[in-house]
Design a protein around this ligand. Sequence first.
Ligand code: ZN
Length: 236
Amino acid sequence: MIRVTVWNENVHEKTDERVRAVYPDGLHGAIAAALREDPELEVSTATLDEPEQGLPDEKLNATDVLFWWGHAAHDKVEDALIERIAMRVREGMGLVVLHSGHYSKLFRRLMGTGCRSKWWEKGDKERIFTILPGHPIAKGLPESFTLPCEETYCEKFDIPTPDEVVFIAWFSGGAVLRCGDCFHYGNGKIFYFQPGHETFPTYHDENIRRVLRNAARWAASVGVPPMSYGKHEPFE
Ligand code: ZN
């Protein structure tokens, strides 16, 4: 089993009726429900308003893959927690950063760049192209698929050159974006995936839900032995 924790700041759900209408169980609830369709994923949720901001050591140490949705409360996440998560990723925990999480302290800390893009919220149609069809995160996805409405993010997206770009997006407002990007950080794998604005039903879309499940499996490093570092006897 792959132990997945879906973390959500859970702010818009409490303050915006439109978000509650689309995600009555919260964004974390919808993301977790998508992941639970894979019986090999053992899924739990965590939110910012819980003790230790939802991720005490016992929880983090028992997580193989962490999903991260944040937007309005990036600054409320304590630096010490960011460092603990970064260390876990370094050790091999997988991380899937969703949508506006691109500007979270966590993602900027791990990327080492500004992580900003141009953006507008006009409900553009988004067409997503699967440009690495053999990649594990692309398994079962069509050559391209559309979302009727999404918030638009546009290049230049200020990230380091990804190790792999699995998906690129075109938006009807004239934008393009590397919208599904893989990185390695220490022993851990990181996937950034742009779709998922809080007022649009993106996480109810079957293709998006499949990407989430594939990403959980790809990012997991279950059973991989830890690396050893430091002074060592010569091998020969
Ligand atoms: Zn958004």
